[in-house]
Design a protein around this ligand. Structure first.
Ligand SMILES: C[S@@+](CC[C@H](N)C(=O)[O-])C[C@H]1O[C@@H](n2cnc3c(N)ncnc32)[C@H](O)[C@@H]1O
Length: 454
């Protein structure tokens, strides 16, 4: 066995063994994902993220363990000792779930040195100039932040922030419909000497050259995410902008160009479903023509959730992997978005990191999920906690769902996924298989992996 990709050393230190129990029987760990391609044999440890390559003989011996457990002699005779030490193979009675929980507990405890929030998600408005056909915010009431609430937001941040720099994510509705209020709050943060940097989720259709400068200089914007789901015709069909003369594909593209040329990293999110996937190769070519000349732009494909007509399928995931290769081959995808999993994350969603991240709605309401503003409110910035039951429910750690207890991707998922997240896709296992196999495939091709910055 050789290590093809190093894992997360913090986790390896916690779980790896120094000695092998010669009296135990052995089986494959729940957290081992096997993958083979063109006569090469890989195993990935989804806890440590280490990837190892096996010889054909090791692979055959390893695969035998699927059928029946083996004793130490079998491990030794087939040279599988290192697979036991690195926990690809574990003792029969080993409790994989307990080990995973232990890793989370230890890493969370180690991280608890800096008190206060490090990150705030702020909705300056829930209004939007688009009516995306798949949007989970459909039916949200239109509400916009007042100056009085914005003033209290700044005080709230001062009272609750951790030491040092904080991150602010501007969300909506369409956050840029509230750009004056965002500028107001950024000015106040600067006057108060609060160090911050911003990110934003936007459709980018309202960005002018002047606003792009302000976003970069006053808002300290580092990264934005923009949804772009198809070529001009498809995009406009899916976006359903309220005023198509003012807001359309062309205004979004020019907004992206203005922001990217300010040095802001733009991540284009291409939401895919069975209705648009077949037109996306053509769209990739258009992307290259429209934006290929500028730096700071990257793209990724993402399945939709919660919408019956857009339900993903295994076939869709297969097409996504092929398309990702195509996007990468013409240089539209640069960072390898299916590849970004080299470290164990203690939190995979905002709702699972309540002590570090908090959401503030336009009326100052507090919540813990940027996908579910209205359902998750448990208090507000004026009165603190107003719904103790909801707060306690969200703050308590989620029980791991029975189905997730059998899933090798448990360490790469939020415990809220099935338990409390109504946006989960029931095809999550197939989706994660596709992503994992795509990243192992790129690893075999020898392409460099990038760090996760999302
Ligand atoms: C609700 S929008 C609000 C921010 C902004 N107006 C925008 O268009 O990005 C935030 C993000 O949610 C994503 N989104 C909306 N509905 C979704 C769904 N059903 N499944 C997956 N993503 C969705 C959009 O692609 C967008 O990136």
């Amino acid at each position: 066995m050789i290590i093809l990709k190093k894992g997360d050393e913090r986790v390896a230190k916690i779980i790896n063994k120094k000695n092998i129990n010669t009296n135990a029987a052995y089986r494959i760990s729940l957290f081992t994902y096997p993958y083979s391609e063109n006569g090469r044999y890989l195993i990935k440890n989804t806890l440590t993220h280490e990837v190892a390559e096996l010889t054909e003989a090791e692979w055959t011996a390893f695969q035998q363990l699927k059928n029946a457990p083996a004793d130490y002699d079998y491990i030794a005779d087939n040279g599988l000792q290192q697979l036991v030490l690195s926990r690809y193979i574990v003792e029969m009675e080993h409790d994989d779930i307990k080990q995973y929980k232990n890793v989370v507990y230890i890493l969370k405890t180690m991280a608890k040195t800096n008190h206060g929030y490090s990150s705030y998600i702020i909705w300056p408005t829930t209004s939007c100039n688009a009516r995306c056909i798949y949007c989970f915010e459909e039916g949200f009431k239109s509400r916009t932040m007042t100056t009085q609430t914005a003033d209290r937001v700044i005080e709230f941040i001062k009272e609750t922030k951790q030491g040092g720099k904080i991150k602010i994510k501007w969300f909506g509705g369409e956050p840029l419909l509230g750009h004056k209020m965002i500028s107001y709050m950024c000015r106040k943060l600067k006057e108060s000497d609060i160090e911050f940097e911003s990110t934003m989720i936007t459709n980018c259709s309202l960005v002018t050259e002047k606003l792009a400068k302000e976003i970069s200089e006053l808002w300290n914007m580092k990264r934005i995410q923009v949804s772009l789901d198809g070529d001009k015709a498809d995009y406009e069909k899916r976006k359903c902008y309220c005023d198509t003369k003012k807001y359309n594909y062309d205004t979004a593209i020019s907004g992206i160009r203005f922001l990217a040329s300010e040095g802001i990293k733009v991540n284009l999110r291409c939401n895919v479903d069975n209705n648009n996937i077949d037109g996306l190769a053509k769209f990739a070519d258009q992307m290259k023509a429209d934006l290929g000349d500028i730096q700071n732009i990257d793209m990724y494909l993402s399945p939709l959730y919660g919408v019956d007509e857009c339900r993903p399928s295994e076939e869709l995931f297969k097409k996504m992997a092929v398309l990702t290769d195509y996007f990468a081959s013409i240089g539209v995808i640069k960072g390898g978005f299916f590849n970004k999993d080299s470290k164990f994350k203690v939190n995979y969603c905002m709702a699972d990191s309540m002590d570090k991240t908090i959401g503030i709605g336009p009326d100052g309401e507090l919540n813990n999920c940027d996908s579910l503003l209205e359902q998750n409110v448990w208090g507000n910035i004026f009165d603190g906690v107003t719904n103790q039951t909801k707060f306690n429910e969200l703050y308590s750690s989620a029980e791991i769902d029975e189905r997730c207890k059998k899933c090798c991707f448990l360490p790469q998922c939020t415990p809220f996924y099935r338990q409390r997240c109504p946006l989960y896709i029931s095809e999550c296992y197939e989706y994660k298989c596709m992503r994992t196999e795509y990243s192992l495939h790129t690893l075999l091709k020898g392409e460099p992996e990038t760090e996760d910055d999302n």
